[in-house]
Unconditional design. Structure first.
Lengths: 150, 150
DNA sequence: CCTGAAAATCGCAGTCG
DNA sequence: CGACTGCGATTTTCAGG
């Protein structure tokens, strides 16, 4: 599952995580490589599954989702299909992590209002007991994985 | 803070969230617009702060971060600077949300091993009591905000 | 929001160390 | 085998309508 990356690969990943739309020629300049060499490496990172995609990052508040919340769900039993169906349908659920601990699921939910959030939490409460925390702020700008050693 | 978006804007956001590197000409085809019109709209979404950036999405396991965890931190007192300093330094902390509730901070931490995670949690425990949940799996593929109404 | 032309970039050969 | 060069096709950018 793990791929061997040299420091050039990490530089490329750093640049593409900062600016995913940078042209390959400019990227080549930044990591001191030729355009074709950098293209080869990027393609390799993509096919090896290191880079899983490119995403525009959208400001939630700017598009009307004024409320962000973390909801933890205690889910008794093992029939997970009904929950998964809800996850598919409710696009307000941005992320769903299955974790260890009593609260088996941790969800990130974006809502337009508290009333809207309440409705979603009510739906989730049908599956088990929920704990909801409203997010005041994101205290870190975006950050992806960086080189672990040096 | 909120911007008015028509359905074409939402289509553009959808495409760019799915494939952030799609050429503007291809994007124009997909939303049935000319290249220059779609370029204008994309630039507008960027300058208005709707699109905050473009990111390559990197597979954590593929680059050696075998362990992902959610750590909640109960933080007594109000001097937050020392914690913020740690957040800057420890690049393994991918995300940090300040929330309501007893656990004022919710952090997403990527580690190369349980031993590595333990070291980071120990650092965090210097600030307050922590609750750690290891992530088994991400049960949703990437998903950003989508049109709320119609 | 569209057209159109110039400049930059991309993708694919072939070639070198 | 990984990195560089050259050329045609595509894309980006910017003018004007």
């Amino acid at each position: 599952m793990a791929v061997n990356l040299d420091s050039t690969d990490w530089s490329i990943l750093g640049e593409l995580q900062r600016d995913g739309r940078v042209p390959l020629t400019e990227l080549a300049r930044r990591v001191s490589l030729s355009a074709s060499a950098v293209t080869d490496r990027v393609r390799r990172l993509e096919t090896e599954g290191v880079i899983t995609g490119y995403r525009a990052e959208v400001d939630l508040a700017a598009v009307g989702f004024a409320v962000l919340a973390m909801v933890r769900l205690k889910y008794p039993g093992s029939r997970h299909e009904p929950l998964h169906r809800l996850l598919e349908e409710r696009s307000e659920i941005l992320e769903c992590l299955r974790t260890t601990g009593e609260d088996c699921y941790t969800l990130k939910v974006a809502a337009t209002s508290m009333r809207h959030l309440e409705r979603i939490v009510d739906e989730l409460a049908g599956f088990g007991s929920t704990t909801t925390n409203i997010v005041y702020s994101q205290t870190l700008p975006y950050r992806g994985p960086q080189a672990s050693c040096g």
